[in-house]
Design a protein around this ligand. Structure first.
Ligand code: FVH
Length: 303
């Protein structure tokens, strides 16, 4: 199957020998989980970390320690990077030899689409192939059934190494623009942070009257799950441009919102997470969108 036929769809791993060597640079919580998964899938794994002590547990499982990033990159055609930030990746690339022909760099560090494009161009100049990735999992999920990684960049490199990368979880191709995986990654994380912001605010609110967080979570989770059921409808309205609603208008939401803000204030809960939402709802009314649904906010946010 061509990787371009179905952007971001799950792809079954092609069969490949698990003897393909992999180097993992960066052994924080995530990098350690990635290296462990490759080892458990049978790959020869070379590891490097800025603080060498972190290689210990992996070496005990059979990984080979590299003294320098250059040694780690020399050890395997497939090189996985998972550092704290892309500034760190940038610094690390500067220490590598100028000819990386035959290497594929897979950067799974969280970053921006623009950073991914810059790093891709830089890797290309060094003669390496570049894939950017967004990991949709916490370390404990790696190699499990719910973990997957978005990839973008050099499609041939992706096809060559997809079976090896499948040791980490599902592989989802997002396109040849190196920035696309970071865009998808940041999009999903945006949804997650928005969700957690609401959860934190709700638990802070009920806590002011001694309602236990665990007790209230039993109400919160099914409620939020039910509300998420409305997302496909909102998405349909965004794509069609038909924002009129018979569910819950912006006028109704805007009229109710001061109740939240004033209750937070009265109960001594910070309003800093929710005041921007009030401002956006107020603007939607000022601009004449009172009869529209939530989908209109997306259109407002992007102009
Ligand atoms: N942990 C998670 O749940 C998320 C899941 C989604 C993906 N993120 C991203 O993965 C990147 C690494 O995250 P992490 O959880 O492994 O982070 P740490 O445990 O803090 O490890 C950071 C590693 O980066 C190394 N490092 C930091 N600065 C430098 C530098 N200047 N040069 C070289 N390496 C550097 C650090 O080395 P050390 O402190 O052990 O010496 C760790 O190996 C990240 O982008 C997440 O957003 C994780």
């Amino acid at each position: 199957m061509s990787a371009t036929t179905s952007p971001a769809s799950v792809q079954a791993p092609a069969s490949a020998p698990s003897s393909a060597p992999v180097s993992v640079l960066g052994l924080g919580m995530m990098g350690t989980a990635l290296a462990t998964a490759f080892l458990q899938a049978g790959h020869p794994v070379t590891v490097w970390n800025r603080s060498p002590a972190k290689t210990g547990p992996l070496v005990a499982q059979g990984a080979l320690p590299a003294a320098t990033p250059t040694d780690a990159v020399a050890a395997s055609p497939l090189v996985v990077l998972c550092l704290l930030s892309n500034d760190n990746v940038d610094e690390l690339l500067a220490t590598l030899p100028e000819d990386l022909t035959g290497r594929t760099l897979v950067n799974l560090t969280n970053g921006t689409p623009e950073q991914a494009r810059t790093l891709s161009a830089r890797a290309e100049k060094l003669g390496a192939r570049y894939l950017d990735g967004g990991i949709m999992a916490v370390p404990q999920m790696i190699a499990g059934p719910d973990a997957y990684v978005f990839y973008s960049g050099d499609e041939q490199a992706y096809e060559t190494h997809r079976a090896t990368l499948a040791a980490l979880g599902g592989t989802r191709w997002t396109g040849t623009d190196p920035g696309r995986a970071a865009l998808y990654d940041l999009g999903l994380l945006t949804g997650m942070y928005g969700m957690f912001a609401g959860v934190m605010q709700a638990l802070a609110l009920v806590r002011t009257e001694n309602v236990g967080a665990e007790e209230y979570a039993e109400l919160l989770v099914p409620w939020m799950t039910a509300m998420l059921g409305g997302v496909p409808g909102i998405a349909r309205d965004i794509d069609s441009g038909n924002h009129l609603t018979d569910v819950s208008s912006l006028a109704v939401n805007q009229a109710a919102f001061p109740n939240f803000i004033s209750t937070f204030k009265a109960q001594g809960v910070s309003t800093e997470l929710f005041e921007p939402l009030q401002a956006l709802l107020d603007r939607s009314i000022e601009e004449g969108y009172g009869a529209d649904g939530m989908s209109r906010l997306v259109e407002m946010l992007t102009r």
